[in-house]
Every structure is written in C-alpha cells, then in structure tokens.
Design a protein around this ligand. Structure first.
Ligand SMILES: [Zn+2]
Length: 392
C-alpha cells in the first residue's frame, strides 16, 4: 500500500487553473495499478478539456461484482492535488518526491486524497485474494477536478447517468484523527474574486493616481468584519460550528516598490451554514463594494468563482450511514458521531440529485499544508473498514 501511494504521489496532478497539466499521467499509472488485479471491470469516463495538453480530464471506475447488483456501493476518491505552495516550507520531503518515515508518507496529495484512494483499492484487492464476494457490487470511482469544482470530475459522471437513486456513496475525503465522525451535511461554499480598479502612477506622486492595493485592503478588512458580524449563528452539529469567511489568495500586482498599483485582486473563501442564503452574502459583499468604492473613487467588482449551495443533508438513518457506523464499530470498537463540516467534497453533488452520500476517513487533517502526510496506520485501518463495508 505504501509503495502504491508513493508511486502515485510522484506524479503531480494539478488543475490548469493552478498552472498544472491535469491528471492524465497519474491516471495512466493508476490504470496500471488497477490492472494488476482484483477487479472485474475497469472503465474510463474521460471528460474533454482543451486547457490541458492531453485534452482530457480522466475519470476511472473499477468494479468488483457482488452477490447483488441492484444497488452499487461506491467509494469515490479524487486523483487531483493542490499545488505545493511555498516550497521552502516543505522540510520533511519535496512535494512530489515522497519520503516514508516515522510511520508516515510525506508528499503533496498523500492525505488528500491518496490515502483513501489507495485504501479503497487494497480493500477490494484483499477481498478478491481471499475469494470473498461483496454483498453488493462495489465500484471505486477515481475522479478528476475535485479541487476546482468537479466540473470535469464527479459532476461529469453524475451527468453521464452513472449513479442510481438507491446506490450508496462513501466519499473518504474528510474526517478526523479518530475516524469517529461521519459527515452527512455540509455548509454552502462561495469563492469570491474581488477586483479593485485604481490608477497606476509613480509612488512619489500618489496623489496623481489611485492606490488600488490600499482600497482593496480596506475593502477586504471591512468585508471580513461585516460577514462575521452578520452571519454569526452557530450550529453545534457542524465542525467548526460557525460560518467561515477567509481572505485567501492574493494576486501579484506591480513589479517594483516605487509603483502605485492600479489594480488589486484578492479572493475570499466563504463556508456558510445552510440556514443562510448565499444570495444574501453575495448582495452584502456587492453592497459594501459600492460603498467602499464610492468612498475612494474606485471601482470594486465582486465576481463569483465557485458557488455551491448546501444540498439537503443525507439522512442519519440512511443505509449507508448505518452500515458504515457498524463497520467502524466492528473494526475499532468506537461509536461514530454523525454531523456536518465545512463542505467542498464530492458528496454535495450526490445529495443534490437525491443520492445518499457520506464523508468519512481517518486523517490528521494536514491536507493543503506543507509537509502533508498520510499515516500508514490510517491507510491500513481505513482499508479494513472499506472491506467490511463491502461485505455488509
Ligand atoms: Zn480532497
């Protein structure tokens, strides 16, 4: 399992939006892993995307037939990874040159989502080697584009009609260190790009221009405060219990210190409790943009990069929740909790079309961080839970 994880981490699979060339090479390697045995059928469902050299965003589905094929148990993981970020912070390993030490595998994409991807493969391989037939057909879906909105990944597969209403879906792309949290609900997600237009001039004569950077910062801090004040309710079923509004990415502006920036671009990542409407958040952000813009004589545009309104939660009484609970209990002797998180996984798209989906895995939550790692123990123990799930 460790060797397979290392093999896959070595191949970057970064979205074109983040300067990468997609998942095609990683998918080829994954096909080789799957063809080594354990599966009855392997399918490709590639989505076209002219922005990447291969022209495709790959999606792979590997089936292991069960005694009953009326409903399918799906385990959905994603191949794509986020960029490494500041390389100098990677002190344990280079992002795509994984290192195994202290019971961990370090590298970008190790925890998110390599650990679960590899665990799901070996869960099925183990059953095959033991000659055990799953109760119902199990399908492992390895998808593209999860980190950038899933248009070429799970949403593409859903549109292709691959899933049925009585299928059971597990998305092991979130969780906690004990593996005792099953996510059935999520927050709405809203990513905003905020573009401030000023006028570029020499820094010694700021009065002749309009410093977009200053206006952008004022706006960002005002928006930060406004959203936190106005959307401050807590719901203890969620982790964390409050809505979150974070200024994140900042685009580069001028190349020299003595230039007043004429344009400023920043981004906000908002995760909002389902009781609030994203329309309200958006109109507050735009209203404030007008207000701050007027004050400084600048134009501030608020654009939506990604919007995902929280779907109906998966019922805590649904079959997928109960068989997963049972499998975790039998493997670990613990009683899992059922609740909501910040969201942004593939599960939301299933819930939107009325297919029950849960998010679960055992992770230290180091995704998207420098020195990201997967614990080998979690890799193995989660595979056991997946095996039991297939036999449920
Ligand atoms: Zn992920």
């Amino acid at each position: 399992m460790v060797r397979t994880l290392v093999r896959l981490i070595r191949i970057p699979a970064i979205a074109p939006e983040n300067g990468g060339d997609g998942e095609a090479r990683k998918a080829e390697e994954l096909m080789r892993v799957l063809e080594e045995g354990g599966f009855d059928k392997i399918e490709r469902h590639d989505a076209k995307d002219d922005r990447v050299p291969s022209g495709i965003r790959p999606n792979i589905v590997a089936y292991r037939y069960g005694k009953d094929s009326r409903s399918i148990l799906w385990i959905v993981t994603h191949m794509d990874v986020v960029p490494p970020g500041d390389i100098s912070l990677w002190t344990e390993a280079k992002p795509f040159d994984p290192v195994v030490k202290g019971g961990r595998v370090y590298g970008r994409g190790s925890e998110d989502n390599g650990q679960s991807l590899v665990a799901s493969i070996f869960a099925i391989k183990a059953l095959s080697e033991l000659g055990l037939k799953p109760e119902r057909t199990v399908a492992l879906a390895f998808v593209a584009d999860e980190e950038q909105g899933s248009r070429y990944g799970i949403r593409y597969l859903i549109e292709e009609g691959l899933f049925r209403k009585d299928d059971l879906v597990v998305v092991p792309d979130g969780g906690n260190g004990k593996g005792d949290f099953i996510e059935v609900a999520e927050k709405s997600a809203l990513w905003l790009r905020i573009r401030t237009h000023g006028k570029q001039v020499h820094a010694s004569m700021p009065g002749r221009g309009l410093n977009a950077h200053r206006v952008g910062m004022r706006y960002a801090l005002a928006l930060d405060r406004l959203l936190h004040d106005r959307y401050s309710k807590r719901d203890e079923a969620f982790e964390p219990p409050e809505s979150t509004f974070e200024p994140t990415k900042k685009e580069g502006n001028v190349d020299a210190i003595n230039i007043i920036p004429g344009e400023d671009v920043i981004y906000f990542d908002c995760r909002v409790l389902p009781e609030y409407s994203l329309d309200d958040v958006l109109s507050d952000a735009r209203g404030l943009a007008e207000e701050v813009g007027r004050e400084y004589g600048a134009e501030i545009d608020v654009e939506v990069v990604i919007r995902s309104d929280a779907p109906e939660p998966t019922s805590a009484d649904s079959e997928v929740v109960s068989i997963l609970k049972e499998a975790i209990k039998r493997c670990r002797g613990i009683e899992p909790k059922v609740g909501g998180i910040g969201g942004g996984t593939c599960a939301a798209y299933f819930r939107r079309v009325g297919i029950p989906a849960v998010v679960w895995s055992t992770i230290d939550e180091v995704a998207h961080q420098p020195n990201e790692y997967a614990k080998i123990e979690n890799l193995v123990e989660d595979a056991k839970v997946f095996s039991l799930l297939a036999l449920s």
